[in-house]
Ligand binder design. Structure first.
Ligand SMILES: [Zn+2]
Ligand SMILES: [Zn+2]
Length: 212
């Protein structure tokens, strides 16, 4: 699950996160999940400290991220839902000005006791949308950081816009077209269409005047 290099204190310290920071030390204590199948829930806030890097894009959490846990037992397994809520900022995909969005992520995990040696250690198993995590019988605490991280990054928006109708940057002069028109002539067009334009003009067709 964990990718990239560790964020360390000292000279190698990175300016962004590629995995859950070490300050996320929250754990789920399995024995705290009721045996009778009733719901265990917990909630807390986490801060990232640094921007989050995902697919080459940096996202800044504008405030603490809210994390909500729900867990219950079913047929000897623990069904865990990890939900995250945050407001993130990233450059607008069209004009590069800061854009922000509220995001919500939710992932479901099935924590299942490992039976004998039927699976190799660390071998991932998936059952549709949920991820099955094999536990050893002596394990009572689950490190939640990788799951919280996964819920967060899978909810990050791609192609974030500062506003739905952002006009973006002029491809010729780079001006931000949300501020003012830049005066560049719009794409001169494919010269091969001039023949058609002249033909339309010759026929006195109004559509030729509307073309710019
Ligand atoms: Zn924009
Ligand atoms: Zn321009």
């Amino acid at each position: 699950m964990r990718v990239g290099s560790e964020v360390r204190n000292g000279s190698n310290m990175k300016e962004y996160l590629e995995e859950a920071p070490q300050s996320w030390s929250e754990r789920l204590v399995l024995s705290a999940v009721p045996k009778d199948g009733t719901l265990y829930s917990d909630g807390f806030a986490l801060s990232a400290g640094l921007p989050v890097s995902y697919w080459g894009q940096l996202y800044t959490l504008l405030s603490d991220m809210e994390v909500e846990l729900r867990a219950y037992r079913s047929e000897g397994r623990v069904i865990l839902t990890v939900a995250t809520e945050a407001e993130v900022s990233a450059p607008c995909a069209r004009c590069l000005e800061p854009a922000r969005e509220k995001i919500r992520g939710e992932l479901r995990y099935v924590l299942s006791l490992r039976r004998g040696e039927e699976r190799a250690v660390g071998e991932p198993e998936s059952d549709g949308d949920e991820e099955i995590i094999a536990l050893d019988s002596w394990e009572d605490e689950i490190d939640l950081a990788p799951m919280i991280w996964e819920a967060l990054i899978t909810s990050l928006p791609c192609g974030l816009l500062c506003r739905p109708d952002c006009r973006g940057l002029c491809p010729q002069c780079g001006a931000n077209l949300n501020e003012a028109p830049c005066g560049c002539k719009k794409d001169a067009g494919d010269p091969r269409f001039d023949v058609l334009k002249n033909f339309m003009r010759g026929k006195g067709n109004d559509t030729a005047k509307n073309q710019k």
